[in-house]
Design a protein around this ligand. Structure first.
Ligand code: SF4
Ligand code: SF4
Length: 753
């Protein structure tokens, strides 16, 4: 931690309408009288050259080490208000929080209180804060490890190698190429987009094998992955003796597996002449299409969405099956030109240029594309199939007869544990230790999100041995904002393990994930957080002398950054940390803080907000506002100049999960009449940028509510609300309605105690 000295300079801008709403001269005068402020100045355009030069000159001449900019939102002008890594900066948002949202009912006193509160809060925040010192390990690896040598893995390897990084590919099979290497032809990728193409996977494999930055391990399994980004220790085996290497970041590109056809009995699987699309590819690659019972092929039917888009099977679209069936129809027509081919679909999905291929295929005289719902399948005595269709475009039921039936089965990520495997695991889990589990120091099973997973990476993280998954078994951290991110820092997923996609999209995914992995390695080298708080330096300090080993921090950290010793004391892995502050919010002993975002900093801000004694005139409402969606939403709303209740004071927080209950207690005992937490949506379709932060906050608020009841205080005084960025129009009403509700509830009875 940096030396604890305070030389604070406060600079108040009067531009952007601030000067017309706030008496900036008076505010500067008040600031200059504070014992915590060494220099206070105002300027009409602080972000202009003259304003910045003024600040820089003061830093140099007066030895200022902490600067408060009372001006626009801290989300803008970041590059302008950057005074170097030795200066602790705070941005007091008096433009959006005060000038742009000033209520027409606010009298001069309200305006003064409002602006002064944000000014004092900034001084308190700086006074109790310190310049963050980055956590830099002496040695870190720059190597990118890629798990999976299919189309995605190969492209990721080439992309990472191109940036100068060493790359290691771990492939469990005996050759590179993955699924694409097993297919004879691919969809058209070049103009005129009408003809199937020979696979180019062998060229890609040759490029990888000829690249001296890329090392390939075939027939290899990962036994264990431990450590932290920059120092991930990987134990792997491709012979008798396990080997070990240290890598900086990992891309999991382990792809997909076909949906289990045994579950498609309702679509005829199990009857002798019914196969899947993958079995069709294998036939084509191994000598040609044959009817399994050896009979003639005069007609072939394809059933689309076999398992996909079906709530009882795979609720999602598998993205490629329509195009695969068109391709396989072409295979059939090339080998059996007189055969009739039927594609029976719910909808044909052929995006972008594949529509041209689809249109071209419609010109095939022996190809019949029919929309309908399959309602019955019968096997004839000759081994042929009768497929009954309902809800056709003609509104009639029809029956299609075919010698062979191909089910366009969907894609399942390799991270998804099969139900059978899951059952197996649960029966035997008392007795069987995975290699990773054996390393957990408390000897217990992974907790919290602790899915055993598909045991691909075999992580030794406290919270599970493999990548936590979101919906349907795909490992992703946040499906809206951060593609490739998983909940394990510097471990990315790409290609079909991340989402169903074709090989062209997998190639793009590979490039994205490779860049993320390289970025992560660079950030770790300089001790900075990776997404979403890229650039944050401080890692939380743990004052472990007062730790009661309650394990809340280790259990609640969404990123598995904290392991624990056998007593339950947290064992931080700083490079796994995303700087969300959820551990800080969780700790009942309040012994976790960041140099620049701490329990005391926020506590002191709360305690120094003006608290008029007369509720009837001046109630006070505190809002902890999440910096991820709620703050940007507020900024957008503010640009339209709405009126926001002058009773409200806003404290931006990194995540609602970082809000410690002590802050709520501080606020209630300081006399706040109402408290709101405003952050990202939680639940199944969560939008919390730190996965579980807003949900954890909601759980903690249930306890707060109980406490309020014990104190005979109305639970409505403390509320949690969620908002998405695109709901910015709702912000004024959410805040003003809450302020009104608090006015109706009356004063916090503990106000004057
Ligand atoms: S909870 Fe957040 S801040 Fe705390 S250790 Fe985990 S990632 Fe880091
Ligand atoms: S939450 Fe606080 S008291 Fe509990 S284990 Fe973590 S550091 Fe210790």
């Amino acid at each position: 931690m940096a030396e604890d000295i305070n030389k604070i300079g406060m600079y108040i801008c009067s531009g952007c309408e601030i000067g017309s709403k706030i008496d900036v001269e008076a505010l500067t005068e008040t600031a200059s009288k504070s014992s915590k402020c060494d220099v206070a100045k105002t300027h009409p355009i602080l972000c202009g050259k003259e304003g910045i030069d003024l600040i820089k000159k003061d830093i140099e001449e007066s030895g200022l080490n902490k600067i408060s900019i009372c001006a626009c939102s801290g989300r803008v002008m970041k590059d302008v208000f950057d005074f170097g890594e030795n200066i602790l900066l705070d941005r007091a948002n008096i433009r959006e929080f005060v000038a742009w949202t000033l209520h027409s009912d606010a009298d001069d006193e309200d305006k003064t209180f409002l602006a002064e509160d944000y000014m004092y809060m900034s001084l308190e925040k700086l006074h109790a804060g310190n310049v963050p010192v980055p956590h830099i390990e002496e040695t870190t690896s720059k190597t990118v490890m890629i798990v999976g040598g299919g189309k995605t893995g190969l492209n990721a390897a080439l992309n990472a190698a191109e940036t100068g990084h060493e790359v290691v590919i771990i492939e469990k099979e005996d050759k590179l190429g993955g699924w694409v290497g097993k297919f004879k032809k691919s969809f058209p990728t070049k103009p005129p987009y009408t003809d199937l193409e020979e696979s180019t996977i062998n060229d890609l494999v040759s490029k990888v094998e000829g690249n001296d930055k890329i090392k390939v391990h075939l027939n290899t399994a990962i036994l264990k992955t431990s450590g932290q980004p920059g120092q991930l220790k990987v134990e792997f085996q491709n012979g008798s003796a396990p080997e070990e290497m240290v890598v900086g970041a990992i891309i999991q590109a382990t792809g997909w597996k076909p949906y289990e056809p045994e579950k498609l009995g309702h679509l005829g699987y199990g009857k002798k002449n019914v196969i899947t699309n993958v079995q069709m590819e294998e036939m084509v690659a191994n000598g040609g299409i044959k009817r399994p019972d050896g009979g003639d092929i005069k007609s072939v039917a394809f059933i689309q969405c076999a398992g996909s888009r079906d709530q009882d099977h795979l609720p999602y679209c598998s993205a490629v099956c329509c195009r695969v069936s068109l391709k396989q129809a072409k295979y059939v027509l090339e080998q059996y030109p007189d055969a009739k081919v039927y594609i029976l679909y719910k909808d044909m999905r052929t995006p972008a240029q594949f529509e041209i291929f689809y249109a071209k295929m419609q010109e095939e005289k022996n190809l019949f594309l029919t929309k309908g719902e399959v309602v019955g399948i019968e096997e004839g005595s000759d081994g042929g199939l009768k497929i009954d269709l309902d809800e056709t475009l003609l509104g009639e039921n029809i029956t299609v007869k075919a010698d062979m039936l191909v089910l366009a089965a969907g894609m399942v990520p390799t991270t998804k544990v099969d139900e059978a495997e899951e059952a197996d695991t649960s029966e035997s889990e008392e007795n069987v230790e995975t290699p990773a589990e054996a390393e957990l120091e408390d000897g217990k099973k992974p907790a919290a999100t602790g899915e055993k997973g598909a045991q691909i990476l075999n992580l030794t993280y406290r919270q599970g041995t493999d990548l936590p998954t979101l919906k349907y078994g795909f490992p992703d951290s946040h499906f809206i904002c951060f593609p490739y991110e998983t909940r394990r820092t510097a471990i990315y997923s790409a290609g079909c393990v991340r989402a169903p996609m074709d090989s062209m999209n997998a190639e793009r995914d590979a490039a994205g994930a490779a860049l993320k992995a390289v970025q992560a390695i660079k950030n770790i080298e300089i001790g900075q957080a990776v997404h979403p708080r890229a650039g944050d330096k401080a890692f939380p300090d743990f004052f472990l002398q007062r730790c009661t080993q309650c394990k809340r921090c280790t259990e609640e950290c969404p990123f598995g950054a904290l392991d624990e010793d056998d007593k339950g004391t947290p064992k931080p892995n700083p490079n796994r940390c995303r700087r969300c502050g959820i551990c800080m919010g969780a700790c009942p002993e309040r012994i976790i803080s960041f140099a620049d975002y701490g329990i005391t900093q926020t506590g002191n801000q709360i305690k120094n907000i003006s608290m008029p004694e007369e509720f009837d005139e001046k109630p006070r409402v505190l809002v902890f506002m999440c910096e991820n969606d709620a703050m940007p939403a507020f900024d957008i709303a503010a640009s339209r100049r709405p009126e926001i209740s002058p009773w409200i004071r806003i404290i931006p927080v990194r995540c609602l999960g970082s809000v410690n209950v002590i802050w709520i207690n501080d606020a209630l005992s300081s006399g706040f009449d109402g408290i709101m937490l405003l952050g990202c949506k939680f639940g199944e379709d969560y939008q919390c940028h730190f996965v579980r932060g807003s949900e954890l906050a909601d759980t903690r608020m249930e306890n707060v509510s109980e406490k309020l009841k014990q104190l005979v205080l109305e639970p409505e005084r403390v509320q949690i609300h969620t908002i998405a960025l695109n709901e910015y129009e709702k912000i004024p009403a959410i805040l003003n309605d809450f302020a009104e509700e608090i006015v109706d509830l009356g004063a916090n009875p503990y106000k004057d105690l």
